[in-house]
Design a protein around this ligand. Structure first.
Ligand SMILES: [Zn+2]
Length: 293
């Protein structure tokens, strides 16, 4: 499942070709993805200009001149391709390879600029909805989403408050979209390693009895922001440069210090530990038992 940095790099790739452009023609090649497309989906898009392309958590939000917002989610396997006169690109920095099989091209936006934006999604867990802008913050998919990890509002106070009454592991707490938006398995593992906190540690220990943040909460917030910012910087440079010879975007394992590195030496200077894999809530967790306490 793509996480926040992947989605944000997709947004950055699509914004220059979609913002200010009009949907000249839209093809919806099937009736649904994870859910049916909205009623009159094509009609409600065609003729509308995209006034801005934003993001909230892992949702891409295209503001339209009609006052509606086109809400898009990549699901498990979704990706966009951008075809312009000078060739085709796939914006985004994905850990798992994306399909380029044309049989899974489900939605095509023919923009007034001549650019074609194609949504491909083999597993069809993606989502496209139309929501009136004024109702967006109350939409069931949006209203319970926690703070943006790179926003100023996300700090140790907020994280400690969100975790103070949680009787779960740190891994589970950070994976909870109500605690913080957009983190998944990869960046939770990476942030915990940088903060030198065990994924098994109880999330309550981020707060004192009176609910104030402990130094652990400070360290963890800093680590989350660092990990995400580094991934975004790498994603920006990967738009063209890191393609495999077959044209597909491949692994970016060099970004990761522990994720998918079971049995390898811990990269923390002077640690000497070995990265271990355990299973928490049915998902793999990678961490170093020596320096993460
Ligand atoms: Zn270590």
């Amino acid at each position: 499942m793509p996480e926040l940095p992947e989605v944000e790099t997709v947004r950055r790739g699509l914004a220059p070709v979609m913002e200010g452009a009009r949907f000249a023609r839209v093809e919806a090649r099937r009736p649904d993805l994870r859910r049916p497309f909205p009623k009159n989906f094509v009609k409600r898009l065609e003729g509308q200009t995209v006034t801005g392309l934003g993001r909230r958590a892992k949702y891409l939000l295209a503001d339209l001149t009609s006052g509606e917002v086109l809400l898009m989610h990549l699901g498990m396997s979704g990706s966009f391709r951008v075809a312009a006169e000078d060739g085709e690109t796939m914006p985004g920095d994905f850990h798992h390879e994306r399909s380029q099989d044309r049989a899974h091209d489900h939605v095509v936006f023919h923009m007034s600029s001549g650019v074609r934006v194609t949504f491909n999604d083999p597993r069809r867990f993606g989502l496209m909805l139309l929501v009136p802008r004024a109702l967006l913050s109350d939409h069931p998919l949006i209203r319970e989403v926690g703070p943006e990890p790179l926003g100023n509002a996300f700090d140790a106070d907020l994280l400690a408050r969100a975790c103070a009454r949680k009787n779960t592991s740190l891994k589970a707490a950070l994976s909870d979209q109500k605690v913080v938006a957009g983190l998944g398995n990869i960046y939770v593992c990476e942030a915990l390693h940088r903060a030198r906190l065990s994924p098994k540690r109880n999330a309550r220990t981020l707060a004192t009895r009176s609910g104030k943040p402990t130094p652990r909460a400070e360290a963890l917030v800093g680590a989350i922001k660092d990990v995400l910012n580094e991934a975004l910087r790498a994603g920006g440079s990967s738009l063209r440069d890191h393609r495999r010879t077959n044209g597909e975007l491949g692994y970016f394992q060099h970004h990761f210090r522990v994720y998918d590195r079971e049995g390898q030496p811990c990269p923390t200077p002077g640690c000497g530990g070995t990265v271990r894999r355990i299973v928490q809530n049915g998902r793999s967790t990678f961490y170093c038992p020596r320096c993460q306490k």
